[in-house]
Design a protein. Structure first.
Length: 274
C-alpha cells in the first residue's frame, strides 16, 4: 500500500533516527516531492536521498511549505526549544505534529506551537533503522482520528506501533524499549567476555554471542510462546543450562538487576521531562 498523507510532510531534523524513518517512508511509497527536510547540516545519506529522489531540502524555516499535513520533529531534545519557534508558522489546524524526541512532553511542545496544536508524542527505538523497531505513541485531545492514522502509518514504517492514552507511561516505555537495545547489546558483550574467560578465542566468542542473541531474539519474535516457555524448552533438569540459570536467576541475579535498571531509567526519564 502506498503511503499517502494528503499534503506536505516536513521532517525537522534528519539525523540517524529521522533519516532512518525517512528512508522507510520513501520505501513505502511516499511521494518524495511532498517531503521537505529541514536540516542546516544534513548528512551524506540525506544529501544522497535529496539528489536521487527529488526531496526538498530546506536550510532554514523560511523555505518550508506554508501548511504541512504532518510535521515530524526529530531534532535532539536539547535543541527542541530553540527549533520550535522557527517552524511554528508551518503548523496549522490541519497539521499533525509527530515528535520522536525523548523526554519532550506534549505540554512542552504545545507551549511553543500553541494550545490548539494537534500533537503526537512517540518513543521509538534504534531497531527502527532496519524496520524492526517498536514505538509507543500518545496523542493529545486535539488530534483527529485521521491525523492519528497518518502518524500511525508513518511510525509503522519503522516497525511495530502501540498507543497509550497515559502520557506518563512513556517514561517506563523509554526505560524498557527505548533504552532496551543497549541492554541487549550489553548482554552480547557479557556473553562474549564470559566465553573468552571460559577459554574461547575472542573472535569465536564474539560470533557465538552475536548469533545466539540475534537468533534467540528472532525465535522469540516468531513464536507464540511466552519467553518463560521458550526458556524452559532449552532447560533440561540438572543440565548445563539449568546450572547457569541457577546463577542468573538467583537472589543477586538478572531479574533484580533488570528491575533496578528499568526503575532507574524511568526515574531519569521523568527528571528529563520535568
Amino acid at each position: 500500500m502506498t503511503l499517502s498523507l494528503g499534503g506536505p510532510l516536513i521532517l525537522v531534523g534528519a539525523g540517524k533516527m529521522g533519516g532512518a524513518m525517512l528512508a522507510g517512508w520513501l520505501a513505502d511509497g511516499l511521494d518524495p516531492e511532498t517531503v521537505t527536510v529541514l536540516d542546516p547540516a544534513p548528512g551524506d545519506n540525506i544529501r544522497k536521498l535529496v539528489k536521487e529522489q527529488g526531496l526538498n531540502l530546506a536550510g532554514d524555516a523560511e523555505a518550508l511549505p506554508e501548511e504541512a499535513a504532518v510535521m515530524v520533529l526529530a531534532v535532539k531534545p536539547q535543541i527542541m526549544d530553540e527549533a520550535l519557534p522557527a517552524v511554528k508558522n508551518a503548523v496549522s489546524e490541519r497539521t499533525a505534529v509527530l515528535s520522536i524526541a525523548a523526554g519532550k512532553t506534549i505540554a512542552s511542545l504545545a507551549a511553543h506551537l500553541g494550545p490548539d496544536a494537534a500533537i503526537v508524542r512517540s518513543m521509538p527505538n534504534t531497531p527502527a533503522a532496519i524496520g524492526r523497531g517498536i514505538t509507543v505513541a500518545c496523542a493529545n485531545d486535539r488530534v483527529r482520528p485521521e491525523q492519528k492514522n497518518k502518524c500511525d502509518e508513518l511510525l509503522r514504517a519503522a516497525g511495530a506501533v502501540a498507543w497509550t492514552e497515559d502520557e506518563t507511561a512513556l517514561d517506563a516505555v523509554t526505560a524498557v524499549s527505548g533504552s532496551g537495545p543497549a541492554y541487549v547489546f550489553l548482554l552480547a558483550e557479557c556473553m562474549e567476555e564470559a566465553g573468552v574467560q571460559a577459554g574461547l578465542e575472542r573472535g569465536l566468542a564474539r560470533q557465538l554471542a552475536r548469533e545466539t542473541v540475534s537468533g534467540a531474539g528472532e525465535l522469540l519474535r516468531q513464536s507464540d510462546d511466552d519467553a518463560a516457555i521458550l526458556r524452559q524448552n532449552v532447560t533440561s533438569p540438572g543440565g548445563t543450562t539449568a546450572t547457569a540459570l541457577e546463577v542468573l536467576m538467583g537472589v543477586e541475579g538478572m531479574q533484580g538487576l533488570m528491575v533496578r535498571a528499568v526503575k532507574a531509567a524511568a526515574e531519569r526519564s521523568r527528571e528529563l521531562s520535568s
